[in-house]
Design a protein around this ligand. Structure first.
Ligand code: PMP
Length: 341
């Protein structure tokens, strides 16, 4: 594809990514009423927050001449990034290969293939995610026409969320006359929590910014401990290079079963069909209101919708455990917040 066409395509894509709606979610928890502000990222081009990162990384790579028309894009991803890079990469004329753990949902793999990308599956025995990163590096070392977006270490991932997601959240809250107390987001690459945190701190210097991890795989808290969990898209078995825990507040833990129950509740009460990490983020946000007060302004993101989880436990009856928060949460109402532009 010629550069002018790529330029036009990048502009067309940027009109379809970002500027997403935000909702206030009103709930009652053990007699306390609170509101959480959630950015609806399932409204992006391919249905997830990762479109922002994929577009920004490719845009910046063109600007810095790190990618040339026709270069092959190779990335290791648990799914949504693969979907975003496949769609955006193919629409810019690139061959795309996605390396992913073989235990990810069938829907994710099928969607990536349907978007014209190839999938290279990595088993636990081959080293899972970390093994995938090694394969990508080996491929790039052997072929100069391969571009690695490197979402876990590329600061343009943080830039994407600072200049788009974060600025939008700051603008939307400001327009609604709200000053953020805290922001929380589950950590996959850490791009969301780092980037949004930076933008919100420019608006309100003492805002609290909390990363979230699955209680079943507490890698951020322990520095090493990994485990199987069901919140796809977060906690990929290592601490990503772009995540700077020393710049953030405490890590909040959420159980995967609790996240599933909350995502199911959002779907069945409000018709808000979001993914498991969105349920986790809402629970994390409510935990922060327990800490900062039920009148505090806590924002988070709903990273994707429920349609990629049709074959997972999200569609099954989830057993309730004693330490779960969602059984005590009654979802009362939701209301719109004006878009950023
Ligand atoms: N939720 C879902 C569903 C995701 O796909 C991702 C990205 N892997 C995240 C949350 C975490 O976002 P980030 O990579 O910006 O930390």
């Amino acid at each position: 594809m010629r550069n002018k066409i790529i330029q036009n395509r990048l502009e067309a894509l940027s009109s379809l990514i970002g500027n997403t709606p935000m909702v206030g979610i009103v709930y009652r928890y053990k007699g306390n009423e609170g509101t959480i502000y959630a950015k609806c990222e399932h409204y992006n081009y391919t249905g997830s927050i990762k479109d922002r990162m994929a577009l920004c990384i490719l845009y910046e790579a063109y600007r810095k001449k790190n990618i040339l028309p026709g270069n092959q894009i190779v990335e290791v991803t648990s799914g949504n990034t693969g979907i975003s890079l496949a769609a955006i990469g193919r629409s810019l004329g690139h061959p795309v290969s996605i390396i992913m753990p073989d235990w990810m949902s069938k829907e994710r793999k099928d969607i990536i293939r349907s978007l014209g990308a190839a999938i290279i599956e990595v088993s636990r025995e081959q080293g899972g995610f970390v093994g995938g990163l090694r394969i990508a590096d080996e491929m790039a070392a052997a072929d100069p026409n391969i571009f690695l977006p490197n979402q876990f270490s590329n600061n343009d991932n943080v830039l994407a969320h600072k200049t788009s997601t974060g600025v939008e959240i700051a603008t939307q809250l400001q327009k609604a006359g709200l000053q953020p107390t805290a922001f929380i987001a589950g950590v996959g690459t850490g791009g969301t929590v780092m980037g949004v945190g930076k933008a919100l701190r420019m608006m309100c210097y003492n805002v609290h910014v909390h990363p979230l991890e699955p209680a079943e795989s507490p890698t951020l808290t322990t520095g090493y401990k990994t485990g199987t969990h069901r919140i796809q898209g977060i906690s990929d078995e290592f601490i990503p290079a772009i995540l700077k825990l020393d710049q953030l507040d405490d890590v909040v833990q959420v159980s995967d079963g609790d996240a599933i129950l909350m995502a199911q509740k959002l779907s069945s009460t409000f018709g808000m069909g979001v993914g498991i990490s969105s349920g986790a983020n809402l629970i994390g946000a409510i935990k922060l209101q327990k800490k900062y007060g039920f009148d505090s302004v806590v924002a988070t993101v709903f990273a994707d919708c429920n349609k990629k989880y049709l074959s997972t436990d999200l569609m099954k009856e989830e057993p309730v455990k004693d330490n779960y928060l969602s059984p005590d949460v009654e979802l009362l109402d939701f209301f719109p917040i004006a878009r950023a532009r």
